[in-house]
Unconditional design. Structure first.
Length: 239
């Protein structure tokens, strides 16, 4: 399957939090969209790798993505080394996405920045034909997406581009809330509360989307950064 858009982020739920509206928008427009989670989020304070897997599947079906895979790198301890890079290269060459969105280069959770550098490095290497990889015994072709972007999650980062997700906010919210062990937890729940399980977190996520939206005069938006100057072929597509 060839993908138009691939969101490749480190923890199940990063894709929903940073790009859920954009994912839902492109699914609605008939693009092929996928998510690859690099880890199973097994170090999360609440829930387990198994509950996260079930929640991620539920969120994927709410968003309507065409595929979701997990590379099962070690949460918290994965490295930007040859082994991790080759896993990502194999996946990128398999799905040949036009656009890849990954984590923020700098964020509260150190995994986010490390994953972002890892994915960015692997995307470059994926385009080098002398790096040989195979899939099901067949040699893969070199492939590099034409655009890679970083989403914005916890830390406020000045975006390079904003996407109007007003019509897709409710799908994004539903997909986030599919992670029932992580967000909007009930107060008498037996597990320890965290800053993301407190209902204030969802309120601030919505506030962030509204604040970003306000700067382009729409109700809700998601922001992205790019490591290159972004170009368009049609100024009339800009709002
Ligand atoms: Zn995360």
């Amino acid at each position: 399957m060839k993908l138009d858009l691939l969101v490749m982020t480190v923890h199940p739920d990063d894709a929903e939090l940073g790009a859920g509206g954009t994912i839902a928008k492109y699914v609605a427009e008939g693009k092929t969209v996928g998510i690859i989670d690099l880890t199973r989020g097994e170090l999360g304070t609440r829930g387990t790798a198994e509950t996260r897997r079930d929640e991620a599947e539920k969120a994927a079906s709410i968003l309507g993505v065409h595929m979701r895979e997990n590379l099962a790198l070690r949460d918290g301890f994965f490295r930007n080394d040859e082994e991790s890079q080759l896993q990502i290269i194999r996946a990128v060459r398999k799905y040949q996405p036009e656009i890849v969105i990954t984590n923020a280069l700098d964020d509260r959770h150190p995994d986010h920045g490390r994953a972002s550098v890892l994915v960015n490095d692997a995307l470059f290497l994926s385009g080098l034909r002398r790096i040989a990889t195979t899939l099901d015994g067949k040699e893969q072709e070199a492939f590099r997406p034409r655009l890679q972007l970083q989403l914005i999650q916890d830390k406020y980062i000045q975006p390079d581009i904003l996407m109007d997700i007003t019509a897709f906010w409710s799908i994004k919210e539903k997909a986030i809330l599919a992670y029932t062990t992580q967000f909007n937890a009930v107060a008498d729940d037996a597990e320890p509360q965290t800053y993301i399980s407190n209902p204030d977190f969802m309120e601030s996520t919505k506030g962030r989307a509204a604040e970003l939206g306000r700067s382009i005069q729409v109700r809700y938006a998601e922001g992205f950064t790019a490591r290159k100057i972004l170009g368009v072929t049609d100024l009339f597509h800009l709002i």
